[in-house]
Design a protein around this ligand. Structure first.
Ligand code: XUL
Ligand code: CO
Length: 435
């Protein structure tokens, strides 16, 4: 069956095209800054938003029109596999990502669940070899099932810890079977609701124990994927332990895990934490921890994770700049962890959402190309930090200076002069590159 009969393969038609099923800016083979757009951007489709999300919200039921529902949950799961591969092929996107619970229905027992997973994984593997599509990452959903009411690796209940371990063990085996390039941990319920009943020390120690076990098991089965932690400050828990990149890096460093992990950074999680997306990417880059990104955007007047498709060109350009400065995303990619709005309920809206996000990233990349050619940020930084190039600044940077030599210097130099940043001028010039 053809699931998207209105859609042929999406191709680049240029900015003047009024074909809604075309890229206007994303030209996969176009070379920008020495690499094709496709190589730079490594887009992925998220199974949960594209295949599962039904449009329900806390005030209303499902609205999304989808044509892949079969007679039984396992029939629906199989139809979804065919539908996502048709979607990836028509959208010309190479990667996809999923939670275990997205691809196969959970059974009454772990054994039954794993049997369902095996059946669907075999079908996915077959479709991957037919189409050449690849798994950017898989992950375990350890937040929907009622057993995770108190968390997973940080649960107060050790039996739940064991179940979570069994689930991730299976996830690592599935990742290996499908050649996933990354494996993601997002601790949706790894945090606390109230400190009144929480042993934070034990919970964080247990999370670290869990991650060490995962690292050990991946080694044991020769699963070479890059492990990624996806920070988020809250939602569903009041306070999540992997609050933001800084918190996740501190945790990984404290528990001897840093060398085994990088970060999967999501735009809307950054803004929920009170940061910009580019701030989080830059922090990760400082510690060589930028692994992959979940592309989306929040809504500044709503305080929750709205997971909109990214269309804010300003923010996307600054994010792409961080990726380019990082030398790319390596094994990572740009996963659209984004959902169409509830009022965009037609199946073709899934294409429009992805096309909008893809074109926005392509435009961001083109803006970054111009910024790099003119050394826009390089020149700003060089001028701003010039005082560290020679004299006392060079002594500070080289380690030659100490508190005594600096005091001597300060005593002699009583006339200190700062220069204005002219930040408004910078912002105005930046607009010329982006718009
Ligand atoms: C939730 C979120 C997840 C992770 C994977 O906010 O971003 O979908 O990306 O579990
Ligand atoms: Co995400």
């Amino acid at each position: 069956m053809e699931y998207f009969p209105n859609v042929k393969k999406i191709t680049f038609e240029g900015p003047k095209s009024d074909n809604p099923f075309a890229f206007r800016y994303y030209n996969p083979q176009e070379v920008v800054l020495g690499k094709s757009m496709k190589e730079h951007l490594r887009f992925a489709v998220a199974y949960w938003h594209t295949m599962i999300q039904d449009g329900c919200d806390p005030f209303g039921s499902a609205v999304n029109k989808r044509n892949w529902f079969g007679k039984t949950p396992i029939d629906t799961a199989k139809n979804r596999v065919d539908a996502i591969f048709e979607f990836l092929t028509k959208l010309d996107v190479d990667y996809f990502c999923f939670h275990d619970a997205d691809i196969a229905p959970e059974g009454e027992t772990l054994k039954e669940t794993n049997k369902n997973i095996d059946e669907i994984v075999a079908l996915i593997k077959q479709r991957m070899s037919e189409t050449g599509k690849r798994l950017l990452w898989n992950t375990a959903n350890m937040f929907s099932n009622p057993r995770f009411v108190h968390g997973a690796a940080s649960s107060s209940n050790a039996v739940v810890f064991a179940h979570a371990a069994a689930q991730v063990k299976k996830g690592l085996e599935v990742g290996k079977e499908l050649g996933a390039t990354n494996y993601v941990f997002w601790g949706g319920r790894e945090g606390y609701e109230s400190l009144l009943n929480t042993d934070m020390n034990l919970e964080q120690d247990n999370m670290a124990r869990f991650f060490h076990m995962a690292v050990d098991y991946a080694k044991e089965i020769n699963f070479e994927a890059q492990f990624l932690i996806e920070p988020k400050p809250k939602e569903p828990t009041t306070h999540q332990y992997d609050f933001d990149c800084s918190a996740a890096i501190a945790f990984l460093s404290a528990y001897g895990l840093k060398k085994y992990f990088k970060l999967n950074i999501e735009a809307n999680h950054a803004t929920l934490a009170g940061h910009t997306f580019e701030h989080e990417l830059n922090i990760a880059r400082c510690y060589d921890m930028l692994g992959s990104i979940d592309a989306n955007q929040g809504n500044s007047i709503l305080g929750w994770d709205t997971d909109e498709f990214p269309t804010d060109l300003y923010s996307v350009t600054l994010a792409v700049y961080q990726i380019v400065e990082n030398g790319g995303l390596g094994k990572g990619g740009i996963n659209f962890d984004a959902k169409v709005r509830r009022s965009s309920f037609e199946q073709d809206d899934l294409f429009f959402g992805h096309i909008a996000g893809i074109d926005t990233f392509a435009r961001g990349l083109k803006a970054v190309e111009k910024l790099k050619k003119d050394k826009f940020f390089e020149n700003i930084l060089e001028k701003r930090y010039a005082s560290y190039k020679n004299g006392i600044g060079a002594d500070i940077v080289s380690g030659k200076a100490n508190f005594k030599t600096l005091e001597e210097y300060a005593l002699q130099n009583t006339k200190l002069k700062n220069e204005s940043d002219h930040l408004e001028q910078i912002k105005s010039k930046l607009n010329d590159y982006i718009f």
